[in-house]
Design a protein around this ligand. Structure first.
Ligand code: RB5
Length: 149
């Protein structure tokens, strides 16, 4: 079976958490594509990293993404500009589960400054393991979003 790929990236606000989470995601059996930052740069800007992950998720079927910045919000706003991306911020297990089950979220956004390392690992695990329910009402709502642009 083809292994799922997780594209991951962060700006300086999420760099340390990204380094930790990429090893964690690999330990769960996924292939990880680290799209930067490759070194800590306190002056970098999040859009380039958000777009790199969003483009990979948007163009390949077996790729999902994880984006981290200080609050998780900047990367989320940027990623959602790319067609086919459904990026969402999760701050606890319930929000991660709902995002996958109801909205087929394909990019998980996390805020390094707002949640602990342990919380982010728990969120990532449940997000990776929760399938989209494929219920008709949820598919209908996503279709309406896709038709918008
Ligand atoms: C960077 O300092 C910070 O603004 C950024 O990581 C993020 O939180 C933006 O939403």
């Amino acid at each position: 079976m083809k292994k799922d790929i997780i594209a991951i990236a962060s700006d300086h606000g999420g760099f340390l958490r990204k380094e930790m989470l990429k090893r964690y995601v690999e330990s769960l059996g996924f292939i990880v594509h680290d799209l930067g930052a490759t070194i800590y740069n306190g002056k970098d800007d999040y859009p380039q990293y958000a777009f790199a992950v969003a483009e990979e998720v948007s163009s390949k079927r077996n790729v999902r993404g994880i984006l981290i910045c200080g609050s998780g919000q900047g990367v989320c706003i940027a990623a959602n500009r790319v067609k086919g991306v459904r990026a969402a911020l999760a701050w606890n297990i319930a929000s991660a589960q709902a995002g996958r089950n109801d909205d087929d979220v394909n990019i998980l956004c996390l805020g390094e400054r707002l949640i602990s390392a342990k919380q982010s690992k728990d969120i990532v695990k449940v997000w990776l393991e929760t399938p989209f329910s494929k219920e008709a009402r949820f598919k209908r709502r996503i279709k309406k979003i896709d038709e918008r642009r």
